[in-house]
Structures are given as C-alpha cells and as structure tokens.
Design a protein around this ligand. Structure first.
Ligand code: FAD
Length: 292
C-alpha cells in the first residue's frame, strides 16, 4: 500500500529502518528481528541502499523477503549519485513488477572506499532530481530525508531549508529526519519548515546511543550533535556495555516520550537490524496503546 494513503489513514504510528544483511545466510536472523518488531504494527519498514547502488540487489532481495513473509508495508531507500537515468529506469520497473510502491529518494554520498569515485558520471545531481524522475511513473509514494541541524554540506541552515522545500515541492509525500539527540533541533526544524509552508508529515528519526563510540563517529559524519551531558555520562561507560546500553535506551525513551507529549505522533526508528533496544523503548513508553 502507498504510504501517502497510510499516513492519511493512520494519524499515529512507528516505523523501522533496516539495512540489507551482507549475505543470504543472514536471512533467518534478519527475519527474526523483523518478526519481533512486527508486533508493533509499524506503518512501514524500510531498507537502506548502499552508497552509489552498492547494495542494489541486496536491498531488493531484502524487501522481497519481507514482502513474501509478512504483510508489512515496505519502503526502499534509493540513492541517485552516480546513477544514470537508464539504470534508474530498469530498477524502478523492477520495483513496479515486485509491487514495491514506496521510495525514500536520496542523493547519497560518494562511497567512502572509492576515493576515485566520480559523481559527475551520474545524471542526477540532487535528491530533488530523483524525486522528479520517480514522480513521472505515477506509481510510487515518495519520501525524502531532512536534516534538523542542517545537512553537513550546506552553507547555512537557511539555504538548507530552501533546498529542502524545493525537494519536497518536487513531489514528496513525507520526510524522515536525520538522527538527532536533542529534541530542540527537531522542534526548531518543524517551526522553520512550517514558516516556509512545508505541510507534509516529518517523521523524527530516533537512534538510541547503545554503542557510544560507533554512534559518536557516525553522528559527527552526519552533523548530529550528542549533548554534552549525555557524552559525559557515556564516556566512563565505554567498557561497560550493559550500562551504556541501559543509558542509551533511557535517553531515547525520554526523547520519544517528550516528542509524544508535544503532539508528535509518528516515530521512525533506526534499528541497525537489532530489536532489543526498540522493544524496550516501545514497551517502556506503553506505545502499543499510545502510537500503534
Ligand atoms: P540532497 O537533498 O540532494 O542534499 C544534498 C546536499 O545538497 C545538501 O547539502 C543540500 O542542502 C544541497 N542541495 C540540495 N539542492 C541543492 C541545489 N539546488 N543547489 C545547491 N545545493 C543543493 N544514504 C545512503 O547511501 N543510503 C541510504 O539508504 C540512506 N538512507 C538515509 C535515510 C535517512 C532518513 C537520512 C536522513 C539519510 C540517509 N542517507 C542514506 C544519507 C544521505 O544519502 C546523505 O545524507 C546525503 O549526503 C544527502 O542525501 P539527500 O538525499 O539529503 O541529498
């Protein structure tokens, strides 16, 4: 089902983001995680797409596993950097044949392990170009990524909002935010977006800090600030994984509770293909009755 319609029908709900397992051998453990989280009746589950199409087949296969084994609504992430219109057309036709109706349209980043990668070989410059391209098929519901603290390459937060508005106006039905660890960034973004006349749902992206070192590295690459007080509590726990996990869950639970108390009724969880943290957060919030 198209997410555009699901979001109209359901005023609240959660979603889960996964990445494709490295090999087909990972299918069973991956599907176990999906099946565990399925009980929260998510709006959709999404599967990421590796830089410059490096996981194209794996993303497609993973979406197919989920579709075949469950009744969950799926969404494919799709990046366009380095892609040609012909290659994109082949993939989108494949998606139509497979009944994959929802796409998170992204520019993507040059692959980090390919320093010689030349993005100019591609025929898409920005995510907006991909949104326009996908829109022409008149088949897909389209989402885009947005950045509460601004995209790392943006010259200013104002310019970033200007480009965000253009990208949404090109045909996005909803947006998902980059992870953030202080809700004030999200509230500020929503206020600025509303002032710009952006009216689509903007789902907050929640990433619990269950592995501080890893998430700190990722967060600085994405320009997502980890608040000082959280960092100070996390650093002494670097070698105390259980305590760190507990603290990370506590912080994410507080974040979600605050969002819900402020009337935000959709939450997007970055799962990293693990279920435990999310079951704890959702159960802790009593979400089955609040949001699902
Ligand atoms: P764009 O919207 O194209 O923006 C990229 C930059 O260009 C920004 O700085 C923007 O301000 C600027 N810009 C836009 N339009 C213009 C213009 N007209 N003129 C000048 N500058 C402009 N990456 C993956 O590889 N795979 C994934 O599956 C994936 N999933 C993601 C999911 C979410 C929810 C989020 C938030 C990010 C995800 N990413 C993923 C990361 C994403 O690909 C990167 O953040 C990438 O750097 C930007 O992609 P974008 O679609 O936001 O790009």
């Amino acid at each position: 089902m198209k997410l555009k319609n699901i979001l109209k029908e359901r005023a609240k709900g959660i979603s889960f983001e996964f990445f494709p397992p490295r090999s087909a051998e990972g299918k069973d453990s991956f599907m176990k995680v999906v099946n565990t989280l399925k009980r929260y009746n998510p709006l959709y589950v999404s599967v990421t797409y590796g830089a410059s199409g490096s996981t194209q087949d794996r993303t497609k296969n993973t979406l197919t596993w989920i579709k075949d084994a469950t009744d969950l609504t799926v969404m494919s992430h799709l990046t366009c950097i380095g892609a040609t219109k012909t290659s994109m057309d082949v993939l989108l036709r494949d998606y139509i044949n497979l009944g994959i109706e929802n796409i998170l349209a992204l520019r993507g980043d040059p692959p980090r392990n390919m320093p010689d990668f030349d993005p100019s070989i591609g025929e898409f410059r920005y995510a907006k170009d991909l949104v326009e391209f996908i829109k022409k098929y008149n088949y897909f519901s389209i989402a885009v990524a947005v950045y509460p603290e601004g995209h790392p390459e943006s010259p200013s937060i104002e310019k970033d909002m200007e480009y965000t508005k253009e990208k949404i106006d090109a045909g996005a039905d909803f947006a998902i935010t980059q992870m953030f660890f202080d809700n004030r960034y999200y509230y500020d973004f929503i206020e600025r977006a509303e002032k710009r006349g952006i009216k689509i749902p903007i789902l907050p992206g929640i990433m619990p800090i269950t592995d501080f070192k890893k998430i700190k590295e990722f967060a600085s690459f994405c320009k997502a600030t980890i608040p000082k007080d959280i960092e100070e509590k996390m650093v002494p726990l670097i070698n105390k994984q259980d305590e760190m996990f507990k603290l990370g869950i506590e912080h994410a639970t507080k974040q979600c509770a605050d969002l819900i108390n402020n009337g935000i009724e959709y939450l997007h969880f970055y799962t990293m293909n693990k279920s435990e943290a999310f079951s704890t957060i959702i159960d802790g919030l009593g979400l089955p009755s609040v949001l699902t």
